[in-house]
Design a protein around this ligand. Structure first.
Ligand SMILES: Cc1cc2nc3c(=O)[nH]c(=O)nc-3n(C[C@H](O)[C@H](O)[C@H](O)COP(=O)(O)O)c2cc1C
Length: 164
């Protein structure tokens, strides 16, 4: 279960959206129209269990998301879900990794302070003794041109999903 976002954590004027989540109660998120640039030379890494609950994350993850590590460990990865992301993007991610395949894609993530950041993510199934144990995602800085393309595509997909 994910806590609602806290107005006290948010920097700047925000818009409130109730975000439906898969298998979880809807979450109230607070959105600020401000992008935080992906830090140069860093990799943002997290590991999840089979359900997408975070089991490990690195310091770049903590810094960019704005959440303390104690909050992140044990939280569903959808703690970063931004309502501008279409559901179909995550369906593709889950279909691929559950089939044992690697998924690559551009993701717009929501920070604790309401701002957002774009990443280029590679999600890998972790296989041990022939069985998938969980998943690792490694993100790097996305090319600006690709972010612009992804933002256009996601807006179209979202409109098709009945979003804004
Ligand atoms: C290893 C791994 C990394 C993930 N990273 C992200 C992420 O950075 N941002 C995000 O919104 N969802 C991420 N997801 C997908 C979420 O688990 C979730 O499916 C997504 O946020 C959409 O929420 P929903 O499934 O509740 O609809 C990741 C999943 C896995 C397995």
């Amino acid at each position: 279960m994910l806590p609602d976002m806290n107005p006290a954590d948010v920097i700047g004027s925000y818009r409130e959206v109730v975000l439906p989540l898969y298998g979880l109660p809807p979450r109230r998120v607070l959105l600020v129209d401000r992008e935080v640039a992906y830090p140069d030379g860093r990799l943002i890494v997290s590991v999840t269990d089979l359900r997408g609950v975070i089991t490990h994350c690195n310091s770049a993850f903590v810094e960019m998301s704005g959440y303390p590590q104690e909050t992140l460990i044990g939280a569903e990865h959808s703690i970063l879900r931004h309502p501008d992301m279409p559901a179909i993007a995550f369906k593709g991610l889950w279909d691929d990794v559950q089939a044992g395949k690697i998924w690559h894609g551009y993701v717009k993530n929501l920070r604790r302070d309401g701002a957002f950041y774009w990443v280029y993510a590679t999600v890998i199934p972790n296989v041990r003794a022939g069985k998938v144990q969980g998943y690792t995602s490694v993100r790097r800085k996305p090319a600006r041109l690709k972010v612009a393309e992804a933002a256009r595509l996601y807006a179209q997909l979202l409109a098709g999903e009945g979003g804004k």
